[in-house]
Design a protein around this ligand. Structure first.
Ligand SMILES: [Zn+2]
Length: 72
């Protein structure tokens, strides 16, 4: 899952559309990922609804961790 998340980020398929919202273009459609003030992320895809995690949410976590490192 983390490799897929990194691939999504590297191929530019994660787009920040506001301070707490991201568009992620997945293999089966575009999903919206929210990040709360506590850093928790939620995605509106079916995988997240059933499992509580998905590659889109993981991609957003990966991306924001990259930002944090760059800003430190
Ligand atoms: Zn998802």
């Amino acid at each position: 899952m983390i490799e897929k998340a990194k691939r999504l980020v590297r191929s530019g398929r994660v787009e920040r559309i506001s301070h707490d919202r991201f568009n992620v273009v997945g293999d089966h459609g575009t999903y919206t990922v929210f990040q709360g003030v506590d850093g928790r992320v939620t995605c509106n895809c079916l995988g997240f609804q059933s499992k509580g995690r998905c590659s889109h949410a993981a991609a957003v976590i990966y991306l924001t961790e990259l930002f944090d490192k760059q800003n430190r």
